[in-house]
Design a protein. Structure first.
Length: 289
């Protein structure tokens, strides 16, 4: 009889243990802590937050610098949008996207041609850059409690660093040539009365495929902090090599009695890089809903 009772107790404890393991991890208020099938996650790079609190706390004498290995994976920058969709409780598709356009304009005054009074015209320099990047992959997860590990593969494509500079002048060129009053922004005067009106350099085009592994800790329901490392193979076409910048300039043509425009096309130099040392890492914050 005693043996039968002991056997029943063992079976009941085993069943209870299995049921407890199958129950989702919840907070004290009963809210699930870990992501579940159908959840969507949005994330941001955590490095800027670490830098902010590090400097605030006067870490390293007030000049907090995060480890280089834990920056956002190139070519995706700290302002990249990071998202996931959970196909099951333990598997998700993921992606990163960045579409960036930066433009800076500088305006300065030049004395208007034909006057010696305080009559000015505006010269304007505009510099712009473009950064576009996408990546997509799939990850699998496993872990115990709030600590979860993940691994998977992903592919990326990017168009990064394309630059364009344009210059507008208030005083048009005429027979005075080099004596014309114009602002030298440091990159637009070629001397001899020749002035640059536009320069452009193509963006670096890259594609890659690789694997990643990482872990994250859920410090609150559906909110996690983690990091990952990646390794892969990438191919980059870099038109920013020597001789690849297209330049348009103007000068006064005394023979024709008019402004002459000259275009120097971009060079043919192109570099391709195939490298298996595409290692990178990042720290992130994720919010699931």
């Amino acid at each position: 009889m005693k043996k039968g009772l002991i056997l029943i107790c063992i079976v009941m404890l085993t069943v209870a243990s299995v049921n407890a393991q199958n129950q989702p991890l919840v907070s004290k208020k009963g809210v699930p802590i870990l992501p579940q099938k159908g959840d969507i996650a949005l994330g941001v790079c955590a490095t800027p937050f670490l830098n902010f609190f590090g400097n605030f706390a006067r870490i390293s004498g007030g000049a907090f610098a995060s480890p280089a290995a834990w920056t956002w994976a190139n070519p995706l920058a700290p302002n990249t949008i990071y998202g996931k969709y959970f196909l099951t409780d333990n598997m998700a598709v993921r992606g990163k996207v960045r579409i960036g356009k930066n433009s800076v304009s500088i305006t300065k005054n030049s004395l208007k041609t034909g006057t010696t009074t305080n009559d000015f015209v505006e010269d304007k320099c505009t510099n712009s850059t473009t950064d576009i990047a996408f990546s997509a992959g799939i990850e699998k997860r496993r872990g115990y409690g709030r600590l979860q590990g993940f691994y998977g593969v992903e592919a990326s494509i990017s168009l990064q660093g394309g630059t364009k500079s344009s210059y507008e002048y208030g005083n048009p060129l005429d027979a005075t040539g080099a004596a014309i009053a114009r602002t030298n922004f440091g990159t637009n005067s070629l001397g001899g009365g020749r002035w640059v009106t536009e320069t452009s350099t193509g963006a670096i085009f890259g594609i890659g495929v690789g694997a990643f592994i990482g872990c994250e800790y859920f410090f609150a329901p559906k909110m996690s902090f983690g990091g990952e490392f990646g390794w892969g193979i990438g191919i980059n076409q870099d038109p920013a090599a020597a001789g690849s910048t297209e330049q348009i300039s103007e000068v006064w043509d005394a023979t024709a009695g008019a402004v002459k425009s000259t275009t120097v096309p971009s060079g043919k130099t192109t570099s391709f890089t195939i490298d298996s040392r595409q290692t990178a890492g990042n720290i992130f914050l994720l919010f699931h809903f």
